[in-house]
Every structure is written in C-alpha cells, then in structure tokens.
Design a protein around this ligand. Structure first.
Ligand code: NOJ
Length: 514
C-alpha cells in the first residue's frame, strides 16, 4: 500500500513539476549544443614538451599558496595525456561541438612568435583531428587567462604592446589550425581578465591597481581583439572561411525596486560592466558607452588625476573595433538586484565609478560558489538586452553552469535543475522574444581547476577523481540529462537515468503544491 501511494505521488510529482516548468518548446533543428573547458584548468603537463610558464603557473607555485586548497594546475585533469579518451567521452554525450582554449605559452613558450613549439602544435593538432574524426566541431578560444609569464614581466595587459604580441600569436594559431578550425573566440571574459587580474587581485597576475589597471587592461584587450579580427579578415578569411567572435561575461543587474532610481542604477550597472566590453564591438556607434566616459572623466578630474582614468580610442581605433564580430559569445551564470550607491566604494575605483550596489535576493538558491545564485530568468533578460542594444546579433552561449562542493554526489540534482531551468529560459528567449541564440555550451565538460578556489568546487558534467593519478572521469546524472537534451532537443523534466534515484526537488515541489 505504501508503495502504491509512493508511486502515485511520484506520478503526480512529475506531472506537477512538468506543468510548473515545461514550456513545451523545443530547440530549433539547427541549434547546437556543446561543453567547454580551458587550457590551464584541465591540461596539466605544465612544464612538459617545451611549454613555457604562464601567470597561473607562477601564482600557484608562490608561497604562501594563492588557492584555497594550496593546489596548482600542474596536473589538473591531465587532459594533455588523454586526448583520445576525452574525445570518446564527448562523442558518447553526443555534443555537436567542444569549446577549448589554447595555452599561449605551450605554443609560444616565451610569448613571442619568433619561436613556435612544435610539440605544442602537435598536441592541438591531435585534439582537433580527433574531434573532427568523431564529428565534433572545435570551437577554439585563443586566450583563456594564461598569459605567458614573460609577457607579464613586461607589464601584461595594461601594456599596449600586448596587442601586438596577441595579434602575432593569433596569426600563428590561425595559420596552424585554421584549415580545420572554423569558429574562433579571441578572448574569454575580458572583464575578469582585467578587473580580477589588475584591479582587485582575485585572479592571476593578482595586481591591485584598482583605479587604473582594469581600464588600461580593457583598452588593450579591445584593441587586440579588433586587430586580430581584422587580421583574420585580411589574411585568412578568403582561404579558411571561418568566423571570429569574443566571449563577454555578464551578471544580470535587475532593479531592486520599481523606483526610478533603482531602475537607472541597474541599467547603469549593465552598461558600465557589460557594455564596457560589448559597446565598442557591437554597438552602432562603437567606442565606450557614453555614461562610462562621462562618469570616469568627471570622477578622474575630481580626484585630481591629470587625465581620465578611462583611456581614449582614436577615431581609427573606434572604426577598427566597431563591427569586429561574426557572432556574440556570451558567458552567463547569475544575477544581482541592484540599487544606487553614492558611497565611497574604495574611491577611486571602478565600483565607485559605477555607483551601484548589487545584492542577493534571499529567495535565490545558492551554489557552492559564493557569487553564483540560481536566477534563471537573468539569462533571458540578458539575451533580450543584447537583442535590444546590439541589433539582435547571433548569440552563442559559450558558458553556463553550476558549482557544487568537492564532495558533491554523482547524483547532482541541483545541477540538473539549474540546467533545466536556465535552458527553459533560453527556449523562451528564442520562441517568445525572438532572440537569435544558435548554440549553448555547458560549463564544464568535467570538474577542473577552478582558479583561486582550486579543486574545492566542481562544475563538471563528468566527475574527476583528483586523488587518483589516472584522473578517472565518471558521468554525473547531469551528463546523462544533458545528453538526453542534445538528443531530443527538448528538456524532459521527468528524465532520470535509471542508475540514479529521483531528485529531492521533484518531491519538494509536490509538497509545496499539496
Ligand atoms: C567563467 C570562466 O570562463 C571559467 O574559466 C570558470 O571556471 C567559470 N566561469 C566558473 O567560475
């Protein structure tokens, strides 16, 4: 009898949950799904076969340790030695593409293009060939945060010369791999490279030059992106026919209340954090957003600087950067509710320049990452914002994912729920708001080195055992669910692979309905 009631509840549970969440929409026939990783986070082999050191090698070898668990990416997932095995796993998931990044100092050990490391080229050739042989499209990020140490010694991204070095490096990789790679991303999340790398110190090279570093780094990165894009058009496009974009991250900013002040604050936060990177490339007029220009110019003057902390583009640079995209790469994870804040905020700083405060809505479910709360509608609002502000460009969602703890179970119900909920919002953005989203990428293919958090947080669809020298990969429930979404082009709220039990949240929802 008890079994019968349980079964009845379970059926009811699925119905109620499905009714509450399922939009009934399907992904378009040509919609593509993939998973992502980044070189330093998975490769390991930090000093093998001629690879030069990068800023993350330096920072993680530093004493006292930089990471929460004193870990490094020296071995990470050991992906450098597991190309064939990993591609077979990708194939079994049925992904259409695999997004990975190139390690600059594996290819150019000292960062300069005068010497190209043949073993580095060989490693990526093998990976690309293996992917293609298994019908998986490579999407390649040229730079995902691992600046060659040698170039950092010269000042890193705030040094305008970095644009030259980046373009030289991009030419090497287009030349070496562009006959087979047709989808390129120049940079991953320039906001994190610049703010965390040079303004707040949360990421390598961990400089705290808060009032200047972020702005100068951003300036170089935008010029480097534009120049690499133009170089591809001039030197490679006609023979290779590929596409080049950039991945920009955003945390959606929603007004805390309906007040005009909060609405203005939230919009200002979106423009001054996201538009800071996107405007020069995607807006009709190019250049930095005018509100960013006005506020930083004004505050710089008040603070007694001789010139604005926000550098100026030349007219020629504005035109070169404007329109330097074949699609919009978007990384999105979470949101904030935002209000105006006229306080000091560590003035002079970017935070003070923006003049807002972001908060967590207590109703939002947390993850293991202190910044990542589950706010699915923020993704849809971001997609709508891009559509409105940048003339509905093609958007490839290049990252979206959920963090759980080091000891989280393979039955990762919360991650499944996160993906289902966020993907429902992508469906609504496509079917109800006509946003031009063509692809979705889960972060991450497998658990990996999560920067300052080391291995204390997991983002993978595949579990990696970092205690085992073989670094075995095991599918979590989310891997099965994601594979099913790819296969059916639908989100099936009832889908649970047979080897896993039902998720708690299915029952919790029923309880609240009864
Ligand atoms: C975005 C970054 O691109 C990736 O490297 C990182 O692991 C995830 N966010 C999660 O924090």
């Amino acid at each position: 009898m008890r079994l019968f009631i349980f079964a009845l509840c379970a059926i009811f549970a699925r119905t109620v949950t499905a009714a509450a969440k399922d939009t009934g929409y399907a992904f378009p026939e040509n919609f593509k799904f993939g998973v992502a990783t980044a070189s330093y986070q998975i490769e390991g082999a930090w000093n093998e076969h001629g690879k030069g050191p990068n800023v993350w090698d330096t920072l993680t070898h530093r004493i006292p340790p930089f990471t929460d668990d004193a870990s490094t990416g020296d071995i990470a997932c050991d992906a450098y030695h597991k190309t064939v095995q990993d591609v077979q796993i990708l194939k079994s998931m049925g992904v259409n593409f695999y997004r990975f990044s190139l390690s600059w100092s594996r290819l150019l050990p000292r960062g300069f293009s005068n010497y190209v490391n043949p073993e580095g080229v060989q490693y990526y050739n093998d990976l690309i060939n293996e992917l293609l042989a298994n019908d998986i499209t490579p999407i390649v990020t040229i730079f995902h945060w691992d600046t060659p140490q040698n170039l950092e010694e010269l000042g890193g991204w705030p040094n305008p010369k970095m644009a030259d070095f980046f373009v030289d490096y991009a030419r090497v990789v287009f030349d070496a791999f562009g006959d087979r790679v047709k989808e390129w991303l120049t940079f991953n999340e320039p906001n994190q490279i610049c703010q965390q790398g040079y303004a707040t110190g949360g990421m390598a090279p961990a400089h705290n030059t808060k009032e200047m570093g972020g702005y100068w780094c951003t300036h170089t990165v935008l010029i480097a992106h534009g120049r690499a894009y133009r170089m591809y058009q001039e030197e490679f496009k006609s023979k290779q026919g590929g596409r080049v974009g950039i991945t920009i991250d955003n945390q959606w900013n929603e007004p805390l209340t309906n007040s005009t002040e909060d609405k203005e604050a939230a919009e200002r936060a979106n423009i001054m954090n996201f538009g800071w990177y996107a405007n020069a490339i995607f807006s009709k007029n190019g250049d930095y957003p005018s509100i960013l220009r006005e506020r930083v110019d004004q505050f710089s003057e008040e603070e007694g600087f001789t010139r604005s902390r926000l550098p100026y583009f030349t007219q020629e640079e504005i035109e070169m950067i404007r329109g330097s995209h074949d699609f919009f790469g978007l990384n999105h994870y979470t949101s904030r509710v935002v209000t105006n804040d006229d306080g000091d905020q560590g003035r002079p700083s970017h935070e003070h320049d923006v003049g807002t405060r972001g908060e967590i809505d207590p109703k939002w479910e947390p993850s293991a990452a202190d910044w990542l709360y589950v706010v699915p509608w923020g993704l849809r609002k971001t997609l709508e914002w891009i559509k409105e502000n940048y003339d509905n460009p093609e958007v490839i969602i290049t990252e979206n994912g959920y963090a759980d703890k080091h000891d989280a179970p393979l039955r990762d119900c919360e991650r499944v729920k996160y993906y289902n909920l966020y993907l429902e919002e992508v469906l609504k953005a496509i079917h109800e708001s006509n946003c031009n989203v063509t692809a979705y990428t889960a972060w991450s293919f497998m658990d990996n080195f999560e920067w300052q958090r080391g291995y204390t947080q997991r983002y993978g669809l595949y579990h990696v055992d970092f205690e085992d020298p073989e670094r075995p990969r095991t599918p979590k429930m989310s891997a099965h669910v994601f594979a099913n979404i790819i296969k059916t082009k639908r989100i099936d709220w009832d889908f649970t692979p047979k080897e896993f039990e039902k998720c708690e949240w299915v029952q919790i929802e029923v309880k609240s309905e009864l």
